[in-house]
Design a protein around this ligand. Sequence first.
Ligand code: FE2
Ligand code: FE2
Length: 183
Amino acid sequence: MKAIEQLKNEHEGIKIVFRILRKMCDSLKSDNHLDAGHFEGILEFFQIFVDKCHHGKEEDLLFPAMVQAGIPEQGPIEAMLSEHVTGRGHIKTISQAFTRFKSGDTAVAGALAHECEQYISLMLDHIYKENNILYPMGESRFSQDIDEKLFQDFETLEQERIGKGKHEAFHEMINQLNDIYIE
Ligand SMILES: [Fe+2]
Ligand SMILES: [Fe+2]
């Protein structure tokens, strides 16, 4: 199932960014230090790659295909949708706290780190459930044709929402931040 395989690969990329962000949160909590440019890049990754693109593929294409294949909308799909909404709320709060931090209000550092950690924890649990419960339900029901159609539609959605150049730029950013914070 190459369409679902692509979503799983995206989950792995998202998890790398979470590891980097955890390191950034540690220094934010210990000495109020945060590289604003790096954080801005990660915030943009969450807003564009994770929400517009990855969640877009799930909400606009995968979930409807699953319903079409006979998986009830109530239950796991509904739960995943509701977690996407909760995630968006965290990103909004993170973005507002970061704006205050950038303007010199370092008192917000602890709350900013805490909100990031809440988002990471929600999303790691969400990714686990998709990889182990929801996606296998699709894999067991999708035909080769449905998989191929989904995969093509994913490509179109990605082109429309982020574009090839931006996708490559995110990869490059993750590699650079990984070298700085993890390696
Ligand atoms: Fe999701
Ligand atoms: Fe996902």
